[in-house]
Design a protein around this ligand. Structure first.
Ligand code: HEM
Length: 510
């Protein structure tokens, strides 16, 4: 047989084998007796990643609605050939996130300690390693530690006000997400990396540049790598795939190395996340024995410090600025809610000698309601991933799902389900007043996730968003500029929920 015939035979066998593999894989949910969305070759139930029109959370919301309208409590999807499980009934979601957590400890997201050390952070790592790391890092986020970082947030709020004044004086519309990105970058940069990132004064600041590089829509090549890594993490690790932009990775790793070296050689300390991580490197526990849990007492390496500082940045910067941006958009669309909130903020400033205190922020009930409703309507993580780490029998059924199957917990779909939130598109902070909050169906409001793997930075994220919003609304009035597409369209290519063409607001001094 000549070479050409050999290649052709190989290709035909390969394509035939692939088709058979997909054909067989696509029968998984039918064989299990789980209702499913009909898959299509080769993407399964997702859209073609290169040309998709819907944001992933919205796509899953439609599939949730389709399955729920037929009375199903759960359903089966396919990510390419790989089966993924979609729980619909909140009782099933409770089992996954909390009651039967030991079957769902991991997220199944990709990390590669060797080739991509920054990816081996708390969000991604698995099993016992995750338990140890979570125990070590939990004391980082106590309310006591939050109070020590409060002043940093207030200091950057002053810079936010100055930057915003420029827009109000010149009567220029502001791309609100962009300016809030400076605010959260500077705060996380300072608290997690111990650096003044200077994003407001320097629009081309390196931190902002590399932060954007990680979140902005990815190139086709990177998208393909992400797909392989997500579809089959073991194959991704075997191929040495990296998912973090190498330039950004180098930048963050160097920043951490330099900061640690500086602090260790000069004995300089600061009350921030970075100091807590350095203490863990030098085996000083971050809290007392009780709050510290059962960690393995191993000290951190420099790569581990960098990975955790990186995840605080990664998980804290975009989620918080997106939340604040959507909140201001809704306040601009609903002036009466904006005015009521401003009254509460002004009163609180008066009661605290014209300034804002940690206690003052905690007192503002309507601010809490407004932020809670923003996170309902716009959960930044619209889909929360988990994976079956053992074979698992769905309670009260004879269905057993195999180890390794992915789970997508549909936060956006639950938050917009009219059974739990009537008129889900209406922005109504009263859903979260003291009375109504009590009747929210458990496990239908999960902007920070739930159970042992709930967001570790919840308190910090809320504090940062509330302080920034309080300062902004005290000083300015917001309305929607005509450059904003109303209703908002969501970017189909990002994972964190984000408005496609930005949110442009007009801003006036109060
Ligand atoms: C509005 C702001 C935020 C939102 C909406 C948010 C949302 C989430 C969600 C949905 C998860 C997954 C939870 C689960 O799987 O059950 C998560 C995990 C996580 N978040 Fe946040 N987050 C926010 C702010 C922050 C901040 C400010 C930080 C750090 C400074 C942070 C650090 C993390 C980390 C490290 C994890 C992984 C926890 C683990 O696996 O143990 N987040 N977040």
């Amino acid at each position: 047989m000549d070479l050409i015939s050999l290649v052709v035979t190989f290709l035909i066998t390969f394509v035939f084998g692939l088709l058979l593999y997909f054909k067989r894989s696509f029968t998984y949910w039918k064989r299990k007796g789980v209702p499913y969305i009909e898959p299509r070759f080769p993407f399964g139930t997702i859209e073609n990643p290169a040309t998709r029109k819907d944001y992933i959370g919205i796509r899953i919301k439609k599939q949730y609605e389709e399955l729920k309208s037929k009375g199903h409590k759960h359903g089966g999807l396919y990510f390419f050939a790989r089966p993924s499980y979609l729980p619909i009934d909140p009782e099933y979601i409770k089992n996954i996130m909390s009651k039967d957590f030991q079957y769902f400890v991991d997220r199944g997201t990709y990390y590669n300690e060797k080739a991509d050390p920054l990816s081996a952070h708390l969000f991604n790592i698995e099993g016992q390693k995750w338990r140890n790391l979570r125990a070590k890092l939990t004391p980082t986020f106590t309310s006591g530690k939050m109070k020590t970082m409060f002043n940093t947030i207030v200091a950057y709020s002053d810079q936010l006000i100055q930057a915003m004044s420029d827009f109000s004086e010149k009567r220029k519309p502001v791309d609100i997400k962009d300016i809030l990105g400076c605010f959260t970058t500077d705060i996380i940069g300072s608290c997690a990396f111990g650096l003044d990132c200077n994003s407001f004064k320097d629009p081309d600041s390196e931190f902002k540049k590399y932060g954007k590089m990680i979140f902005s829509s990815v190139t086709l090549r990177q998208a393909l790598r992400n797909i392989i890594a997500f579809a089959n993490p073991n194959l991704g690790r075997f191929l040495g795939i990296t998912i973090i932009n190498p330039k950004a990775s180098k930048f963050f790793m160097n920043v951490v190395k330099e900061t640690v070296k500086y602090r260790e050689t000069t004995n300089f300390t600061r009350k921030d996340f970075m100091q807590i991580l350095i203490d863990l490197k030098n085996n000083v526990k971050a809290g007392d024995a009780e709050e510290n849990g059962n960690h393995d007492n191993k000290s951190f390496t420099i790569e581990e410090i960098a990975a955790q500082a990186f995840v605080f940045f990664l998980a804290g910067y975009e989620t918080s600025s997106t939340t604040m941006a959507f909140c201001l958009y809704e306040l601009a669309m609903n002036p009466e809610i904006q005015n009521r909130l401003r009254e509460e903020i002004n009163k609180t400033f008066e009661n605290h000698s014209g300034t804002i205190t940690y206690e003052g922020v905690m007192e503002m009930k309507y601010l809490s309601q407004v932020v809670d409703e923003t996170l309902r309507k716009y959960p930044p993580a619209s889909l929360i991933p988990r994976v079956f780490v053992e074979d698992y029998q769905i309670p009260n059924t004879d269905i057993t799902i195999d180890k390794g199957t992915r789970v997508f917990i549909p936060a956006l779909a639950l938050h917009h389900d009219p059974e739990y939130y009537p008129d889900p598109d209406v922005f109504d902070p009263e859903r979260f007043n003291d009375e109504n909050k009590k009747s929210i169906h458990p496990f239908t409001y999960i902007p920070f996730g739930e159970g042992p793997r709930i967001c570790i930075g919840l308190r910090f994220g809320l504090m940062q968003a509330k302080v920034g919003l309080a300062f902004l609304l005290k000083h300015f009035r917001f309305s929607v500029n005509k450059k904003t597409s109303v209703p908002l369209k969501m970017d189909p290519f990002t994972f964190i929920l984000s408005a496609k063409d930005g949110i442009w607001l007009d801003v006036e001094n109060n």
